[in-house]
Every structure is written in C-alpha cells, then in structure tokens.
Design a protein around this ligand. Sequence first.
Ligand code: GTR
Length: 427
Amino acid sequence: MLSRTGTFVGLILVMCVMSDQVAAQRPGINQDETKVPAFTLPEVLKLNDGGWVETADAWQAKRRLEVFNAMADNVYGHVPKKKVSVDFKLVSSWEVLDGAAIRKLVEVEFGDAPGNSASLLVTVPKAEAPVPCFLGYNFHGNHTTTDDPKVPITESWVRDRKSPSTKGNRANEAGRGTSASRWPYREIVDAGFGLATIYYGDVDPDTHDEFKNGIHPLFYEAGQTKPKETEWGSIGAWAWGLSRCLDYLELDANVDGAHVAVVGHSRLGKTSLWAGASDERFWITISNNSGCGGAALSRRRFGETVGVINRVFPHWFCDRFPEFSGQENDLPVDQHMLMSLIAPRAVYVASATQDLWADPRGEYLSLQNANGVYALYGDSAMDVNPPVADSPVVTNLRGYHSRTGKHDITLFDWQQYVKFAKRQLSK
Ligand code: GTR
C-alpha cells in the first residue's frame, strides 16, 4: 500500500515536473481561453479616408486594395516588381490508380539561367472533360506523397526528419510514400478531382539563409542582396510559386483552370491563404491547421504568437512583421482581413481539437469576422460560436470544421474539402 501510494505520489511529481518543463519550453505562451486579452479588431470595411464601404462594388474598387496592401506591407511582403520568366516542360506522364488516372511530371523553370526549377506532380482522373483540381505544396518531396515508384526523389534541400528517409538534408528512397496519408489520391480521383502537388523547398528552401537560395535572388535588382523591408519572405515566395503552378494548370488540357482549389497544411496553410488572397484566379482557398500568421487572429495571442513565430522562423514574413511582436494591437491588420480578401470566392478553414498551438478558436473567429465583406456578396453570417468537433459548418461561400485529433491533414479533412468543392460546383 505504502509503496503504491509512493509510486502514485511519485507519478504526480513527475507529471508536475513534466508540465512545468512544457511551460518552461514555451514561456509566455497562453493556452487558456480565460486569459485571452480584450481586443478590438481593425475595421475591414472602413476606408483609409474614414468612409465606410457599403457595396460590393466599393469593396472591390476601393477598399480591397487598401486591405491587400496593408497585409502585404505589414505581414507577408510584396512580390518584387522585377519580372522573372517561368517555363513549363512536360517531362513524363503515365497511368496510375489501376488506369483510373493519369499522372504527369511537369518541370517548372524559374528565370533564364538553369538551376532553378521545381517539379509539379499532377494526377488527374481520366475524364471526357477537364476536371476541377486541388493544388497544394508538400513538406518533404513529391515522392513522399505516394508509393508510386515513378515519382522522382527530390534533389532539393530537405529538412532532416527523425527517420532514415533523409540524411544531410538530402532525401532518399526510404521516404517514398511516408506522407501518403496526407495525400488521398484514390479518394480525390474517385470524386472526380485532380490533385497537383509540388515540394515547397523546390521554390524556396525552408531555412533562414538571408534569402540567398530559392527564387528570391532571381528578383534582386543590381546590388540588392536581400528583400526590401516590405518585400516578401518565404511565405510570399511560396505563394507566388502556387500562382505559377496555376499558370501551368490553366494550360493543361485535362484540368479545368477556372476551378483550381489551393490547399495547404500548417505553414503551407498560411501560404495557401496568402496565395488565395493574392491571386484572384484561385477558385477555393483551403487552410488546414494554419494557425498564427495563417487563419488565427494575431490579437488573441493564444498559442503561437507574432513574437514567437518571427523569432523561430525569421524568414517567413516581411521585415516589418516582427515590429509587432508583443504589440499585436498596433498591427494595422488582423487575419480576418486576409479571409476578407478571398471574397467573393469560397474559403474553407479547418482546425484540430488538440492543435492548441494553432488556436482553433482564433482560426474560426477570423473566418467569422469576415462576415461583413462576405455579406456584401449575399453570404449569410457565421455564428460567433464555433461548431462542435467534427461537425462542419458551411455558408454559401465559407466552411469550417474542427477535427478531433492532432495537428495533421487527414482523410476526414480531405473529405470535407471534396464535399465543399462539390457544393461550390453545383451552384
Ligand atoms: C510550427 C510552427 C507553426 C506551423 C508548424 C508547421 O513549428 O510554429 O506555425 O507552421 O510549424 O508548419 O508544421
């Protein structure tokens, strides 16, 4: 009995020490809803000259650009003015999924000099007519999205994983198919959609190297060595890369270029949102567990904060964003404005119940606080309270769910995206 009690007390002690360690690893991080500070969001419909937007025309003609510039100036940065050529080359194509689909490997070449290219992997169902398509970045290389032995292993820099699938920032055969659960090709093809993916490190390696690698240097003017204060970081560059993939998909005879949904998980969800806001050709924008700098409202300071994200990932945003570390209320924007920029196109946001780091409630609230702009296009208002777990809530143009579970993109998430996309198609 005594020893049992001793073990029990010991266990509690260990648990206390462990939770203290967790707190110690993330000092100043709040994951308690009752401690979210009071805040007022910037008015998305208030013009810089003090007037108010009351019509969709006024939003489109005047305010949208003001909001876009404010998001770019303070968070993601602008694409530099210099023009860089982009070429596409079909490298190979073959049948997959027991003959139900065609897979193509397309080389996307950036700039005139060789050495800057990305591999876009496009999988489309065999169909009489061009199909709607999802487009999204993958984290570890195209070869990790499927067991298909014909997909080349990326030769780009990769982040080392805790497995034999990478060594010295290079990928190898052991990684093939290791992210397949995140890419349900069969279900997507069976639903009548294409799925195009590209490795984000092909466009810009996810390391802070003062912007010497990836596509940034292609845009430098003579004498320039890094982006200017309000020019893009990595998220801006990745978003630009998605637009170039869309340029290709618009040319692909198997794809309906007017129906390309951009999708991303986590940092790549931040990227899909910025891509959807920047490029009005994207049909639907989908953010999966994108969190801080993505769907989550910065002013809530719940989970990851502006200060933390800029310290840990100094290359993701523009140079001005860190000025708001701990000063979120001074930001001229918040993430509901990012959602508003997507209107009148459709947007879907997804959270996961255990992903407190990404602030599920804050992810919902930015979508909900886009009510004003979406109402200009006849969309009904979303309730201030998020729905219960695993029960998607959809309006005409917006959708949200919080999946039970951890930070990930799963079949359940994809099923909701397919359903939402079908709903948009049927309108
Ligand atoms: C985390 C980061 C998040 C999210 C995530 C991911 O370390 O704090 O903002 O982007 O990485 O992309 O997996």
